[in-house]
Design a protein around this ligand. Structure first.
Ligand code: ZN
Ligand code: ZN
Ligand code: FE
Length: 758
């Protein structure tokens, strides 16, 4: 975006004659002039912040150029269709300065934007990306805006959402019934309500936010009660980096990310002495922080009475997609919000805030949405037009064509009809935007995922991809690995080829198939899926594995009532509703419960996060050295019955840990030992498997790898063993990446099948 005007300005600077145009191959420039080589060099060295020059080729012109000036040639209709759909970008510095300059005609205007910033993906209806094909089509530009739009030297040349107070969209204030409230200053009225601990619903860029003061425990409690969200951390927004640093511990890499054009939510450690409401996040947990990314956000924070932090959490009913339209929000958020700040620029595509975290030295996407979607991932394989339908939790889907995979924005957990309709509406949307018509599809092996049903109903050749194979392939896609690799996938749950629940897997994988070489010892999962919400169940399962029915009498898991424990023991004895699982997430749950952390969790990964936070308390600079020493010592935990796969025996370790607990050892040290034990067992096993297979590339993936101690430890110890570990950063290693792996494996399988058939 903004690349042709940039070329134009550069051409003027170097006195170049010729043309620039967008084609399906990319940007084509015809140029002539004595300073041609300086011009060519400046094309990549001075490219605007949002442009990424992936490759630059030049060759002599076939015939002499007639022109003596430089012009921008309109893109041929359809030609730009293969061009990328740009993501939504936070307010740029130039626009911010105009927004806050009383002399500027856009002073205080909540929809200021230019070619370097503003809405894109969220407002585009069809391509090519032109104003009549966006939700700005209803706003006719005034004279002043048109002149900017048509002037190649202006920052707003061809800025499709260009607008001003005279001609563009506007904000308005409404009560909980949707009745408009007369207010000369909507921002001031919103701030007054926030200080009074009211809950606001604010229509934003990709959807609604629910907003309360982040410094008022009472306001946070109200929001939590109304949203039925008791513990899960709430994201906050603060005015700027300076203030952010007063609230959280932030390193340079995190600062750059907070301030990047994407402005994602960054998960950070809150400072103990910060003025933040204590109930924003459970003890020891990270907090999601972002900086203002729309003009309206800046206006709220510019008000002198604005609290130091505002909660900005998704404007949805728990488990549903965020609301985008005014009517939808007034209807669904009526019981939650006291006041609505609406606007009249339609949101065409729902896009949540992206979430990233610095784990093991790199910023990694946990939720890839606003600012990143729908940018493609480039691979070296050639795929047919294809769709990977994703999984069940944190779902996404991915379209593919040729050497590109286009992952959708984060859709969310796919458990009800509202989220399914968001999902299928997004599939249609992205297919239209990229003009991709899949000839085949891939889905998860799990027969009950709504995404699997969706895939079946497409009526296309369908490839069912094992969940953890897909996890592995997502990392392979990001690093352009062909395989074979050894894949360590530590995860919550995924349907296995044997019908049991997998989740602590070591696979040998390439882009077409895999074999399961090892896994965590399978344990009964009492109550099936319910066990994921109630970590004490896995705690009891671990005890049962060691002590049989006696385990109901033990004084561990003391916060659980004895009757419930007895029922569970009976289930375990009778093997009633106790499917086996090798899940790593469930092992973390069980161990956390035994250490007296969460017994019942209200959001996914809660127990594992607490276990990691507890372990962090014992981390020292010597930890990694100690870790290397422990790898040899992992041998007794590995077992392999002849012809069988390797198993990592967790019961043995749990037994030892229970002895440590009863001898009064520090729980934080035990929590760290658990991490170290798992890292050393996996490292030792991977080392063995590398020896027998000759494979040295190791891929690390799965939701449990979001645990920083685990990921950092594994990257370190595998490197020490002379292996090459890889993991995800741009693509989530959690289930958000599964559809990318599916698209790659499924696409490759379809290519093989088509070639074999012909
Ligand atoms: Zn701008
Ligand atoms: Zn205007
Ligand atoms: Fe998974």
């Amino acid at each position: 975006m903004g690349f042709r005007p940039f070329v134009f300005k550069l051409a003027c600077h170097f006195s170049i004659a010729g043309t620039v145009t967008n084609t399906s191959e990319g940007v084509v420039i015809q140029a002539a002039g004595p300073q041609i080589f300086s011009f060519i060099e400046a094309l990549s060295s001075e490219a605007p912040p949002l442009a990424r020059v992936e490759a630059l080729f030049h060759r002599p012109l076939e015939k002499r150029l007639q022109a003596d000036s430089f012009t921008i040639v309109a893109s041929r209709s359809g030609a730009s269709s293969r061009a990328n759909i740009p993501p939504d970008i936070s307010v740029c510095q130039d626009c911010f300065e105009e927004l806050t300059d009383p002399a500027d005609r856009r002073f205080g205007y909540p929809f200021i934007n230019c070619t370097n910033c503003g809405p894109r993906f969220s407002i585009i209806e069809t391509i090519p990306y032109d104003r009549p094909k966006t939700s700005m089509k209803d706003f006719a530009m005034c004279g002043a805006c048109s002149r900017e739009y048509l002037d190649p030297m202006n920052r707003r040349f061809h800025a499709q959402p260009n607008a001003c107070p005279a001609c563009g969209p506007a904000i308005s204030l409404h009560d909980s019934q949707g009745r408009p409230l007369k207010s000369a200053d909507v921002v001031a009225a919103a701030i007054t309500a926030i200080i009074q601990n009211k809950v606001l619903a604010i229509r934003g860029l990709g959807g609604f936010h629910l907003c309360v003061s982040g410094c008022s425990a009472a306001a946070v409690t109200t929001l939590r009660d109304r949203k039925n969200r008791p513990d899960k951390p709430l994201a906050i927004m603060v005015k700027d980096l300076l203030l952010a640093e007063k609230l959280c511990v932030i390193d340079d890499q995190e600062k750059r990310t907070l301030n990047s054009p994407q402005h994602p939510i960054v998960l950070l450690k809150p400072r103990p002495d910060s003025p933040l409401a204590p109930n924003l996040a459970p003890e020891m947990s990270d907090i999601g922080l972002m900086l203002p990314y729309t003009p309206l956000h800046h206006l709220l924070f510019a008000h002198p009475d604005c609290p130091a932090a505002l909660v900005m959490t998704s404007g949805n009913i728990s488990g549903e997609p965020i609301c985008t339209s005014n009517d939808e929000a007034l209807d669904r958020l009526a019981g939650i919000a006291d006041l609505f700040v609406l606007h009249n620029r339609d949101i065409v595509t729902r896009v949540d805030d992206s979430v990233v975290k610095r784990v093991a030295g790199e910023i990694r996407a946990f939720r890839r949405a606003r600012g990143y979607a729908p940018e493609p991932l480039h691979i070296s394989q050639k795929l047919p037009e294809f769709i990977g339908c994703g999984g069940g939790l944190k779902s996404t889907f991915s379209l593919a064509r040729s050497t590109s995979i286009y992952p959708s924005q984060h859709i969310g957990d796919l458990f009800n009809t509202t989220s399914l309709s968001f999902y299928s509406e997004s599939v249609d949307n992205l297919k239209r935007l990229y003009e991709i018509e899949p000839v085949a599809a891939a889905c998860d092996l799990h027969p009950d995922y709504l995404s699997s049903h969706f895939a079946v109903e497409l009526g296309l050749p369908l490839y069912k991809i094992q969940h953890h194979h897909a996890h592995a392939a997502a990392v392979m896609a990001e690093h352009n690995l062909e395989g074979p690799v050894l894949a360590v996938v530590l995860d919550g749950t995924g349907y296995g080829t044997d019908g049991t629940i997998w989740g602590g897997e070591i696979l040998q994988a390439d882009l077409r198939g895999f074999s399961r070489l090892g896994h965590l010892e399978p344990l009964p999962l009492p109550g099936g899926d319910a066990a994921a919400q109630e970590p004490w169940r896995m705690g009891l399962s671990l005890l049962y594995r060691l002590f049989g029915e006696e385990c109901g009498m033990m004084d561990l898991l003391s916060s659980v009532d004895p009757a419930s424990k007895n029922i569970l023991v009976q289930m375990l004895q009778n093997r009633f509703n106790t499917p086996l699982t090798s899940s790593c997430g469930r092992l973390f749950d069980g161990f956390a419960a035994l250490l007296g952390l969460t017994t019942v969790s209200t959001f996914e990964g809660q127990a594992a996060m607490q276990l990691e936070a507890l372990a962090r308390g014992s981390l020292t600079t010597r930890w990694k050295d100690i870790l290397v020493g422990e790898i040899e010592g992992a041998e007794p935990y590995l077992k392999k019955e002849k012809e069988q796969r390797w198993e990592i025996n967790s019961a043995k370790f749990v037994k030892k840990a229970l002895d440590d607990i009863s001898s009064g050892m520090d729980r934080s040290a035990i929590a760290l030992q658990f991490h170290s034990w798992l890292i050393s067992c996996i490292s030792r096993l991977v080392e063995k498997l590398s020896g027998t297979t000759g494979i040295r590339d190791v891929v690390l993936s799965g939701g449990s790898m979001q645990n920083g101690i685990l990921l950092e430890g594994l990257l370190f110890s595998l490197t020490e063993l002379g292996l090459n570990p890889y993991t995800g950063a741009r693509i989530p290693i959690n289930d958000g990446g599964v559809s990318i792996g599916q698209a790659l494996i499924g696409g490759m399988q379809h290519v093989s099948r088509s070639t074999n058939e012909s």
